[in-house]
Write a protein that binds this ligand. Structure first.
Ligand code: ZN
Length: 314
């Protein structure tokens, strides 16, 4: 096996599919395709691009896929590798893993959630370097979380769906939320579409003085408090478009969230990380918007490492 094998990464999102070929974040060629409402056409464009990359750069050794969900991650299931109950038009019951495998039958193909992939990418090359217990959260079109516990990505029964946690309502908030399943779950209250519905303005254009930012920071803190109580992560990485803070700015948004988290926990959990260390405890992703696609590359590299070990086993 090459020391730095060329692999492919696919970050399949509800709006766009980001593809990259390379050996790591410093060496990437990339392409972006709209997800649209026709998965077959979108995935054809994706596999076609990887074929062109092979012509340009040489053969790929593995492909990793980090996908929006819900997805089926159970290798024993007949629908393993499918996007399952998504409300996204056209994408329900899409065999995303099988489509890529059929296009590249000789290659190992890894599959996980987009947020688990991003968590892996941040651990390998970003804000979670050296950590075995942390959470990666994205707040954008939806809210999702990837969890690493004891050095392993958590899948469990299906996979964590923290965006759909119920969180207590702020007493003076009458907003009904936007989740088609639950209304005012965390995603229903705090996603980008929720901020837009609450104010009539896209999140990035909301005035820094709007109460929407106060609600957003408080609800995010209530959810993070639950996550801290449930998982005791050593760090929380908060990615996606909303934590960039729009006109408020990323620094002010993170400062508000950190202060609210301390208020929510109210001194109960004792750790320097939650006191003087909180600026390094709740942080933006170091890979920024590339966390997902770099994570997909990391999934591919791990798959390769794993199949290499299997090949070498006596
Ligand atoms: Zn929900």
């Amino acid at each position: 096996m090459h020391e730095h094998p060329l692999v492919g990464g696919i970050e399949a999102g509800g709006t766009k599919i980001v593809c990259a070929a390379g050996t790591g974040p410093g060496d990437l060629s990339r392409a972006v395709f709209p997800s649209g409402s026709d998965p077959a056409a979108a995935l054809f464009a994706v596999t076609d691009w990887f074929r062109e990359e092979e012509t340009r750069r040489g053969p790929l050794h593995a492909i990793g896929i980090g996908s929006f969900g819900p997805v089926d991650l159970d290798p024993a299931s007949p629908t393993y590798g499918f996007i399952t109950s998504t409300p996204k038009t056209g994408w329900r019951n899409t065999d995303i893993l099988g489509t890529v495998r059929r296009a590249f039958p000789a290659l190992p193909v890894a599959f996980d959630t987009d947020v688990n992939a991003a968590a892996l990418g941040e651990q390998r090359w970003g804000a979670a370097a050296g950590l075995d217990d942390f959470v990666y959260i994205t707040i954008g079109t939806g809210i999702g979380a990837g969890v690493m516990a004891g050095g392993r990505l958590v899948h469990g029964l299906v996979h964590p769906e923290m965006g759909h946690m119920r969180i207590p309502r702020i007493p003076d908030d009458a907003f009904e939320g936007v989740c088609p399943f639950h209304g005012d779950c965390w995603e229903g209250l705090c996603s980008g579409p929720a901020m837009k519905k609450r104010t009539g303005t896209p999140a990035e254009e909301i005035s820094p003085d709007s109460s929407a930012w106060r609600f957003e920071a408080r609800y995010v803190a209530l959810a993070l408090g639950n996550i801290i109580c449930a998982l005791s992560p050593r760090r929380i990485i908060l990615g996606g478009s909303v934590p960039n803070g729009g006109l408020l700015g990323i620094e002010r948004f993170f400062k508000m969230v950190r202060a609210e988290v301390r208020d929510v926990l109210d001194g109960y959990i004792v750790s320097p990380a939650l006191e003087e260390g909180i600026d390094g405890y709740i942080v933006p992703p170091l890979l920024g918007a590339d966390a997902g696609v770099c994570g997909a590359l990391a999934l591919a590299l791990d798959m390769l490492h794993f199949s290499d070990e299997v090949t070498k086993a006596p």
